[in-house]
Write a protein that binds this ligand. Structure first.
Ligand code: DC
Length: 252
């Protein structure tokens, strides 16, 4: 199965996606980290975020981005740009202020969406982002649109930023999130929006465990639907011997 988790910044997508991927034994891909990696590389090279963004699009085509799986003590996968680990640097307030501009450049999106589809392959993957259910994997078997109130998202993001050693205030974080929401929802190409067939989950006031349990329930339901769709084929001459429970679902 492919699990798509979309929503605005700070809604808890990556936390939930990591838990779900671990429980299912699936690969986890943080697509926001890819936009952040391109942004960091563009800032380091002094590229312009004004104009048509063509130099940043060329950078996105050619930049080497590696996402090594999360280690036992790390909070997320290690992100490498050109062979250098930049896991914390891509979370800096400066990258945060520019990343929505990077993500609005059509050439950047084309380059990264292509890579995301390659990585997600045939399934067994959990992807989080803004356009996974609408553009990257419109055929995903599970689609969740995870949201929370702006204040709750700002509180979570502030805690995360302070934990990383960045000196920021609640108002700064809240304003930055509001501005990112505005740019992400109003850009021309693949703006942030709930896919028609995505399940809306408002995590305001919910614990991480509660949200993860809800998403796991949706995964189990989707796996059941797949099994039922495949079961009648099991006995037909062309498909005799086809496993009703493919290995991909082992984690469920
Ligand atoms: O999830 P995040 O905060 O790390 O995302 C950083 C930015 O990247 C966010 O402002 C929107 C953009 N993004 C996107 O446009 N499409 C995605 N699939 C993932 C992130």
């Amino acid at each position: 199965m492919r699990v798509a988790i979309d929503g605005p910044s700070g809604a808890g997508k990556s936390t939930i996606a990591k838990i779900v991927a671990r429980e299912l034994g699936y690969l986890y891909l943080d697509t926001g980290a890819m936009y952040r990696a391109v942004t960091l590389a563009a800032l380091r090279r002094g590229l312009s975020f004004d104009g048509d963004g063509s130099s940043i699009a060329t950078l996105a085509e050619n930049l080497r981005i590696d996402l090594a799986p999360a280690g036992p003590n790390s909070s997320g996968p290690t992100v490498m740009v050109d062979g250098e680990p930049v896991t914390d640097q891509i979370r800096s307030p400066e990258v945060g202020r520019h990343v929505s501009l990077t993500a609005a450049i059509p050439g950047v999106r084309r380059a990264l969406v292509r890579r995301q589809r390659e990585i997600a392959g045939q399934g067994g993957a959990v992807l989080d982002g803004r356009d996974i259910g609408t553009a990257v994997l419109p055929e995903a078997e599970v689609k969740v649109f995870l949201t929370a109130s702006l204040d709750e998202r700002a509180r979570r993001r502030l805690k995360e930023q302070l934990g990383r050693g960045f000196g920021v205030t609640f108002d700064e974080v809240r304003n930055e999130l509001a501005e990112r929401d505005r740019i992400d929802t109003s850009r021309q190409m693949d703006p942030l929006r709930q896919a028609d067939d995505a399940v809306l989950l408002d995590s305001t006031g919910m614990t991480i465990e509660e949200v993860a349990a809800e998403v796991m329930k949706l995964c189990r339901q989707a796996a059941g639907r797949l099994e039922r769709a495949e079961a009648p084929r099991a006995g037909t001459p062309e498909t005799a011997g086809y496993p009703a429970t493919p290995e991909r679902k082992e984690g469920l």
